[in-house]
Design a protein around this ligand. Structure first.
Ligand code: PRX
Length: 635
């Protein structure tokens, strides 16, 4: 691939060119892909609508780039290596040839069941290879996939299916995660009561859990695949897509109550994920890349599936969790499969570090060459442990900052090429034009400064819209500061000009690397009949990065706090999913509000952090005495 620097000076030169001639820069990279027809124009854009189009007029299919083109020289090379939840079960390897055949078969299954280009397909599956197959099969026929993380509740699934108007669901009877069996089909059945748009459900048999199959609606994956095979449907002509056709929708939380469907398109997303993967990881042919994310989140989309496969890489996927059957599991996987590059989240690093170094005993980690971190700020202690104990001081660590909306990595060291500093995303990647602004939107120049992180020029992987509501996209990302994309993150540019993300500046939490909107959790809690009002804030959590702290006002003052707490947690699990359950619930008789009724979250955050001494000016509050009550933890 072009424009991949191999030393710092080269990075500086390539970066400079990417800013001075962005179209030429991206076109040079895009030329290395398989297009049926090249673009008429590299880029047209304005951030006021917003309207961004990359490689307009180009015709192609992303799966030809992820599969077909590798059949020439990599047919027998592994594409996906899958490690099951239970270490005693055999792992599976899909070569590019076998993955291609499975994708074609399943693409034909979808077609047989009436899916056509532009239809939305909801995928709610465990971390099994069939999930990758389902995703790529959608892309093959031009259907738009919407993958929903297996931890979301029936209500969350229903909201997402309704928003996308999905026609078909691909799921499994159940899924294994550590010691748990997750009843996926049962949850889907619950969701589908509210989803008349769904015509068919395809169910993979993963756990042999008895499930109810509804006649003419529900079909078994293996029977459908057998049928396709008997019909000889082992190839499937790729649907010709325009570069700007939708590839997928992925729902993510924001500062308002309802998650939004971030839309990525085929051409730009492919070029961007492939380039950033190759560049940041300095990927060399034959290296085994292990991204521990779940495909239900953007990291799994971009760096288990599309980025690696577009590069003909070997992508490792893991069904289970890092601490099952014990906290040595990740290191067993690295050892067993001789992983070259490990890409994981600070939460996982912190929890494995906390489990103790004895879990590293006897594990051979010498295959590791490069390490990555993603999803949340990494603290220095975790960074040092990762560096010393896992990388043995010889593996560059890339702390990659990016978002669901950016499609791929935006700021990060380039492994072994650019300098690193613990906890720093360091520099923008080539093609990424960042700036810091103050509250008024004025650019903050110089070094040793903090501000809100914005981006001033389009990059190919950026979101194009929020599904079904373009105005929401404009308002959320492009209206705070005119003509800039606002990330929602605060950022420091230190004395050396190195960038460090300081965390969200909006009402979004990052819990174990999962994005959770405070308003979303509040809405869920407020659905409980016993609750009058609630306020959610984040607080520092040793393992999760941030924990969720709920202040709740109840109708009655006479109730069993423990029972009520349990009930509230269950309500949140039912409405959103277990990922959003508060870590702490404090019952209060009121909330600190201004005279105009705005909750002073700053005060609640301080109290949740245990810092009661410096609560700032409380005189503007409607009822300042409420603060003392909350601090005392009693009404
Ligand atoms: O606050 C930033 C944080 O995660 C947010 C994006 O979350 P999501 O869309 O779920 O995507 C996560 C995976 C890319 C960002 O706004 N974040 C992500 N990576 C980092 C980070 N914070 C600090 N350092 C990072 N490397």
């Amino acid at each position: 691939m072009k424009n991949i620097p191999s030393d710092f000076q080269e990075y500086l030169a390539i970066y400079k060119q990417s800013v001075e001639q962005p179209e030429l820069f991206w076109e040079t990279i895009a030329n290395d892909f398989v297009w049926r027809k090249k673009w008429d124009k590299v880029l047209t854009w304005n951030f006021s609508e917003p309207s961004v189009k990359w490689f307009e007029g180009a015709k192609f299919n992303i799966t030809e780039n992820c599969l077909d083109r590798h059949l020439i020289d990599k047919a027998d090379q592994a594409a996906i290596i899958w490690e099951p939840n239970n270490p005693n079960d055999a792992h599976k390897t899909y070569t590019y040839q076998s993955l291609y055949t499975q994708v074609c078969l399943f693409a034909n299954v979808l077609k047989n069941r009436g899916v056509v280009k532009g239809d939305r397909v909801c995928i709610y599956m465990p971390m099994v290879p069939e999930l990758v197959i389902a995703v790529l099969a959608c892309a093959r026929i031009g259907a738009i996939h919407s993958v929903i993380f297996g931890g979301f509740s029936a209500q969350s699934i229903a909201d997402r299916i309704q928003d996308a108007g999905a026609k078909i669901v691909v799921t499994a009877d159940g899924g294994y995660r550590g010691t748990k069996d997750i009843p996926l089909k049962f949850v889907i059945d619950d969701a589908l009561v509210q989803c008349p748009s769904i015509e068919k459900v395809i169910v993979l048999n993963r756990t042999n859990t008895p499930v109810s199959m509804i006649k003419d609606r529900d079909f078994w994956w293996h029977e459908e695949m057998e049928m396709a095979e008997e019909m000889g449907l082992t190839t499937c002509d790729p649907e010709l897509m325009d570069a700007e056709d939708m590839l997928f929708i992925l729902y993510t939380s924001g500062s308002t109550g309802k998650p939004k469907g971030v839309v990525h398109t085929c051409g730009g997303y492919m070029v961007y994920t492939a380039y950033t993967f190759n560049n940041v990881m300095q990927y060399k042919p034959g290296e085994k890349f292990f991204c521990t994310a779940d495909i239900g989140w953007i990291t799994g989309h971009s760096y288990i599936i599309y980025g690696p496969l577009a590069n003909g890489a070997i992508s490792m996927m893991f069904e289970g969790v890092p601490n099952f059957p014990d906290p040595g599991r990740m290191w067993d996987i690295v050892d067993k499969h001789e992983i070259d590059i490990l890409y994981t989240a600070p939460t996982a690093i912190r929890s494995l570090m906390a489990a103790g170094n004895q879990w590293l005993d006897g594990k051979d980690l010498s295959s590791l060459k490069k390490l990555g971190s993603v999803g949340e700020p990494i603290n220095e202690e975790a960074w040092n442990w990762y560096n010393e104990k896992i990388g043995k001081g010889k593996c560059p660590i890339v702390d990659t900052w990016w978002q669901t909306e950016t499609g791929g990595m935006m700021m990060s060291p380039i492994a072994g090429v650019t300098p690193v500093k613990p906890g720093y995303a360091m520099f923008p990647l080539p093609g990424v034009q960042v700036l810091l602004v103050d509250e008024k939107g004025e650019e903050i120049h110089g070094n040793g400064v903090k501000g809100n992180l914005c981006i001033k020029f389009p990059w190919p992987g950026m979101l194009r819209t929020t599904y079904g509501d373009h105005e929401r996209c404009r308002q959320t990302y492009f209206s705070t500061y005119p003509n800039l994309y606002f990330t929602g993150d605060g950022c420091l540019r230190d004395e050396d000009g190195y960038y460090r993300i300081t965390g969200r500046v909006d009402d979004v939490l990052n819990v174990s690397g999962h994005r959770i909107g405070t308003a979303e959790v509040e809405n869920a809690i407020n659905m409980h009949t016993g609750v009058v009002e609630s306020a959610i804030v984040g607080y520092p959590h040793e393992i999760k990065g941030q924990g969720i702290y709920a202040y709740v006002i109840c109708h009655s003052t006479h109730f069993d706090e423990d029972l009520m707490r349990q009930d509230i947690l269950q309500t949140v699990s039912r409405i959103i999913g277990a990922v959003a359950k508060p870590d702490k619930v404090q019952f209060v008789s009121g909330l600190p509000k201004t005279r105009s009724g705005k909750i002073m979250r700053r005060i609640l955050r301080k109290i949740a952090e245990g810092d009661n001494t410096n609560l700032g000016d409380t005189s503007t509050l409607l009822d300042p005495s409420i603060v003392d009550e909350i601090v005392k933890g009693k009404y």
